[in-house]
Design a protein around this ligand. Structure first.
Ligand code: GDP
Ligand code: MG
Length: 299
């Protein structure tokens, strides 16, 4: 009888915005035993979810989208995305099957050069194209990088997601159980919510607004017979940036709130009332006391 080894590792999801990273993350964790938010020192990087199965544990890291930095603040974001690449065991590089290879993808492949982790090319949204189109797409990618695997999936419908996990297991090294197998939400619930809101701000504002946005959850209340009430503050650097987040007639903020609420509801599996407030806090990134309060500093 052979000795059963425990396998574990960290899997980072990367790719341009909107390719379906968060959808895949949720699809994988639907089969989950537990999910949790990131540790305080990395809350601005990513969200972690734990996938447990007999004999293995994979910790998935969902990163904000990667795109070519246009200004300094983008660069900071890119650095944190790159940090989550370093030290992970496997990289899931997601692309949108309906998009042809372009500059954005070339940029990411360039970032992947020299990474030690095995890189999976995950072609997402295959529900939107036929087999012939898929083959052409695979052809256009396969020689651009030494991919460990190329796996087409539909994160939205769940198609091939289990297969992806089965393939992944082969690449997980022998390793410890990093988290208890029954890990549930703990005090980091609020960090998770803040991160989900912040992610939607990045989505909605793209290049217009700097990544100098911080989100803190200020209240969470279960009100009998009502939705779970969550209040969060969105902090920006300057008074003038408030208007960008709020948008014309509050349109942008509504859009951010709605998208964030949907993401939070997916994870918490209950109806949410999300109350977002936008505040300016001049130069908050240089305010050590604030940063510490918001759990944005390393230990
Ligand atoms: P992210 O920015 O990479 O995290 O992308 P999201 O997960 O937020 O997804 C962006 C959009 O693509 C959403 O509207 C998703 O519903 C949609 N999407 C994600 N996966 C699929 C898929 O497999 N098929 C289709 N048709 N749409 C998808
Ligand atoms: Mg996402």
């Amino acid at each position: 009888m052979s000795e059963q080894v425990f396998k574990s590792g960290f899997v980072t999801l990367i790719g341009r915005p909107n390719v379906g990273k968060s959808t895949l993350f949720n699809a994988i964790l639907d089969k989950k035993v537990a999910i949790m938010s990131d540790k305080p020192q990395t809350t601005r990087n990513s969200i972690r979810g734990i996938y447990n199965a007999p004999g293995l544990q994979a910790v998935f890291i969902d990163t904000p989208g990667i795109h070519k930095p246009k200004h300094k603040l983008d660069q900071k974001m890119m650095e944190s995305a790159k940090n989550s690449l370093a030290g992970c065991d496997i990289i899931f590089y997601l692309i949108d099957a309906t998009c042809d290879f372009g500059g954005g993808e070339a940029y990411i492949l360039q970032q992947l050069q020299g990474q030690e982790a095995a890189v999976f090319l995950i072609i997402n949204k295959i529900d939107l194209l036929n087999d012939a189109q898929l083959l052409l797409l695979i052809d256009s990618y396969k020689d651009r990088f030494n991919f460990a695997e190329i796996v087409p999936v539909s994160a939205l419908s769940g198609k091939n997601v289990q297969h992806l996990l089965d393939v992944l297991v082969k690449y997980l090294p022998e390793g410890p159980q990093y988290y208890p197998p029954d890990m549930v939400y703990d005090q980091s619930e609020q960090q998770l919510i803040a991160e989900l809101v912040r992610e939607q701000i990045l989505h909605a504002t793209r290049d217009e607004i700097p990544y100098a946005v911080a989100v803190t959850v200020t209240a969470m209340e279960e009100r009998p017979g009502e939705r779970l009430y969550i209040e969060a503050n969105i902090y920006v650097d300057r008074e003038s940036q408030k208007g960008i987040i709020i948008g014309k007639g509050g349109k942008m903020l509504r859009q951010i709130g709605q998208a964030a609420r949907q993401e939070i509801e997916k994870i918490f599996a209950c109806p949410i009332y999300l109350d977002l407030r936008v505040k300016a806090k001049k130069d908050w990134r240089n305010n050590e006391g604030l940063l510490r309060n918001w759990n944005l500093l390393d230990e």
